[in-house]
Every structure is written in structure tokens, then in C-alpha cells.
Design a protein around this ligand. Structure first.
Ligand code: IMP
Ligand code: MG
Length: 177
């Protein structure tokens, strides 16, 4: 039996992604926008968000080591894939699925900030505030969710559930060996 509860419907996600795309298109007019998706979780969000951007945009991806089957952050991150684009002088927007402790994005901001972009901002679909540890400024977010473990629309638990078109609260995620 599926132990999950619908939190954000497909229609609500679509509407909010449209709004984010419109805001980003307005804010980045005349700039050199580079969207950097954080794999694997952001793959669906960035695909939908990019199609709501009405400006020239370059798109690349970074992958950081995942949490594996666990539901907490180790506090440090490791790149398993870097971007290929040169972001010097460009306006970089990091696109994430969910910000939880904030540690991943804080570290990514430090790393990307050292590459001399003209600007560096963060867009996350979900801003989960309950376990925030790192002071990281979120420039755009789709939804504020205070707690719970979420799956679907790119978000996984142990690499499962990413393909759902909506977002669900997984009631009892058990750490796996
Ligand atoms: P943090 O902000 O450094 O703690 O880590 C954020 C990352 O943890 C996200 O990119 C997700 O991969 C993962 N994560 C955090 N909370 C959830 C959740 O509720 N569902 C699925 N993945 C999550
Ligand atoms: Mg992720």
C-alpha cells in the first residue's frame, strides 16, 4: 500500500511554475541567463521552468553526491558532475528541487561564486523550512512547506517516486541499509 498523501497537485505545480517563469523572464531581461539544474532532483522542474522562460537562456547541469537511501544531509557535498559552460560574467540561476538544511546550496553558492559570474541566484521549487541550518538566501521559490519528507515531480526517496507528476508527503520513510 502507498503510504503517501497528496501535498501539491499537478495543476498547482503548473500554475506556480508559470508564475516563476514569468518573474524570472521579467527580472533577467537584457541579462545573460544561465540556468544550472541540480541533478537528479531538479530534472523535471527545470524542464518545465525552462519552457516558461521567454528569454535567451543557456542550460547546464551539476550533480552532487546524493543522500543515498537516507533522509538527512551529511553536511558536505561532492561533485559527481560539473557544468561544462563558462559562467564568467553570466547571470547564473541555480535551480534546485528542494532546500532542506540549506547546506547543499550554501556550498554550491560558494563554489559557483568563485567562478566570477555577474550574478548568482537560487530558484527552488520547494523551500522546506523545518530543518534549515545554513543561512542561504532563496531568490525564487515555488512553495513553502514546513515539514515532512516529500516525493514526486523529481523528488525521490532512495531513487524511487521521482516520476510522479504531483508532490506527495511520504509518511514513514525508513532509512535503508
Ligand atoms: P540540503 O538543503 O542540503 O539539506 O539538501 C537538499 C537536498 O536534500 C535536496 O536536493 C534533495 O535531494 C534532498 N531532500 C531534502 N528534503 C527532501 C525531501 O523532502 N524529499 C526528497 N529529497 C529531499
Ligand atoms: Mg536533490
Amino acid at each position: 500500500m502507498d503510504d503517501k498523501e497528496l501535498i501539491i497537485s499537478e495543476a498547482d505545480i503548473r500554475q506556480r511554475v508559470k508564475e516563476l517563469g514569468a518573474a524570472i523572464s521579467r527580472d533577467y531581461a537584457g541579462k545573460q541567463l544561465v540556468m544550472v539544474g541540480i541533478l537528479n532532483g531538479a530534472f523535471i522542474f527545470i524542464a518545465d521552468l525552462a519552457r516558461e522562460i521567454s528569454l535567451p537562456v543557456e542550460i547546464d547541469f551539476v550533480r552532487v553526491a546524493s543522500y543515498g537511501a537516507q533522509t538527512f544531509s551529511s553536511g558536505s557535498i561532492a561533485f559527481t558532475k560539473d557544468i561544462e559552460l563558462d559562467i564568467t560574467g553570466k547571470d547564473v540561476l541555480l535551480v534546485e528541487d528542494i532546500v532542506d538544511t540549506g547546506r547543499t546550496l550554501l556550498r554550491l553558492k560558494e563554489i559557483f561564486g568563485g567562478r566570477n559570474p555577474r550574478s548568482l541566484k537560487i530558484c527552488t521549487l520547494i523551500n522546506k523550512t523545518e530543518r534549515r541550518e545554513a543561512e542561504v538566501h532563496i531568490d525564487y521559490h515555488g512553495f513553502d512547506i514546513d515539514h515532512g519528507f516529500l516525493v514526486g515531480y523529481g523528488l525521490d526517496y532512495a531513487e524511487q517516486h521521482r516520476h510522479y507528476p504531483a508532490i506527495y508527503h511520504l509518511r514513514n520513510p525508513k532509512p535503508q541499509a
